[in-house]
Design a protein around this ligand. Structure first.
Ligand code: IMP
Ligand code: MG
Length: 444
């Protein structure tokens, strides 16, 4: 049952993705006009134009309604697709001072790295989810999110010059494994990741989990690392095409079959970008001190069952005792509160050091840097094999679960590459199957 409370909660701006809500609104119109809820009451089904059908045969009223809804949904998504093309043309024309139509309609819209074939993606998802067949439930947030994911996959595997996937980056918790869990050897995601490597796609695991030593990452990712190590068909180069970017953008490890934990740490001097080299340790400490004080305040004010955890590049609150649930509202209040305090502080206003405050499901962390930096490091580490330059945004796909603007750490990756928004490890598996199928079609 959807309570009034839940409805209002979902309406809060930090819980909404404006672009998805806007598309949902557009699709709601044909849903209202063309879905035929009364069709199920008519038995035997009949209509003036279609006549009466014998019992047990498909209801012609419903078939017609479905076809009509499908046609209208597809048309709308085609029109949105054209609007995105126009937005891309605006974004590629520095001399045009005017915003695109899409920007006017959805002010929070950001840059697009590729076009999005939404009509084709809708047709694909409609075959899977029977969106047009529904008469009581309109196209939902999840329908639109999955259509956008499919469109992104079609685009990064299309035959248009320049649009081939070279780098796939993955968030950890909720994307590769359940929250707080590890990538076990039996996980169905592992063979799909190995398949990407076989297709010479580089893999970066860009996680907020920040550990300074390889054993901790091995503990979380051993299923994948062991499978790569024992694989007999991956070449040494393909095996070395896996890196872990931990703490958002703070610790880099490369797969290394000769290391005890199959990972060797890469010194910062080898991968920090020119901008990251400017992050001064004193500024980092100052920022984390402010964050720590703000988090301590929240523990007090909201009476949170939590304790502080300070690291060299992060500070957070974790549940205490460890298995107690912190209320979702308290987690979000804490994120928004700490984020505001940091933004308004002198350290935050100077913008010398970027940070990311987010709700990790049952904890809150403030990390130095964010996933836009983490994915950027992966793009520079692997480089485009043809040009030798960093892998471009249109050749990168980041898969994650946190994409709502405030307090969502995968959201930041959107500024440097294409993204797919999943809601569970099972959805990641489905997404990788879809990707594998599209890549297979392209190769054949
Ligand atoms: P992600 O989903 O892979 O980005 O991981 C996020 C989770 O990692 C958080 O919810 C925390 O539970 C955990 N974590 C462990 N260490 C850190 C840290 O230093 N910063 C942020 N999150 C951390
Ligand atoms: Mg996650």
């Amino acid at each position: 049952m959807t309570t009034r409370y839940r409805v209002e909660y979902a309406l809060k701006t930090h819980r909404r993705d404006q672009f998805i809500e806007w598309i949902k609104g557009l699709l709601a119109v044909p849903f209202v006009l063309y879905s035929q809820p009364h069709g199920i009451f008519e038995y035997p089904p009949s209509s003036p134009e279609l006549g009466t059908s014998p019992p047990g045969s498909p209801n012609p009223i419903l078939i017609k309604a479905r076809e009509e809804a499908h046609r209208r949904y597809a048309e709308i998504l085609h029109d949105v697709e054209l609007m995105i093309d126009d937005h891309i043309a605006h974004q590629n024309d520095p001399d045009n001072p005017f915003p695109s139509k899409l920007k006017l309609l959805v002010p929070s819209i950001g840059p697009f790295f590729t076009r999005l074939p939404l009509e084709a993606a809708f047709k694909f998802q409609d075959r899977k989810r029977y969106i047009s067949s529904r008469r009581f439930v309109s196209p939902s947030f999840n329908d639109v999110r999955l259509i956008l994911n499919s469109a992104q996959l079609i685009s990064v595997t299309s035959t248009t010059p320049g649009s081939t996937l070279q780098l796939a980056t993955f968030d950890g918790d909720v994307t590769l494994y359940d929250d707080g869990q590890s990538l076990e050897p039996t996980s169905p995601v592992i063979p799909r990741l190995l398949d990407l490597l076989r297709k010479n796609i580089k893999i970066g695991i860009v996680t907020a989990a920040g550990y300074t030593s390889a054993d901790r990452y091995y503990a979380r990712l051993h299923g994948l690392l062991d499978s790569i190590a024992t694989s007999v068909d991956l070449t040494p180069v393909q095996k070395r095409s896996v890196i872990i970017m931990g703490g958002e953008a703070n610790y880099l490890f490369q797969f290394d079959p000769a290391s005890e934990h199959l990972l060797s740490p890469v010194p910062r001097s080898e991968w920090l970008t020119a901008e990251m080299l400017l992050w001064d340790d004193r500024d980092i400490t100052q920022l984390l001190d402010i964050a720590e004080a703000a988090l301590a305040d929240c523990i007090e004010t909201l009476n949170l069952p939590a304790v502080l955890m300070r690291k060299d590049r992060a500070v957070g609150i974790i549940p205490s005792p460890p298995h107690i649930r912190i209320p979702r509202e308290s987690l979000e209040e804490t994120v928004l509160c700490v984020q505001k305090i940091l933004e308004l502080s002198s350290a935050g206003r100077s913008k010398k050091v970027p940070f990311c405050a987010f709700n990790g499901g049952n904890d809150v962390f403030v990390d130095i840097g964010d996933k836009s930096w983490g994915v950027t490091v992966c793009q520079r580490w692997f480089r485009d094999p043809e040009t030798g330059r960093p892998i471009r945004g249109e050749n990168t796909l980041h898969v994650g679960d946190q994409f709502l603007s405030a307090g969502a750490n995968d959201f930041r990756a959107r500024s440097v590459g294409t993204t797919a928004w999943i809601a569970s490890p099972a959805e990641t598996v489905e997404l990788l199957d879809e990707l594998g199928e599209l890549m297979g079609k392209k190769m054949s």
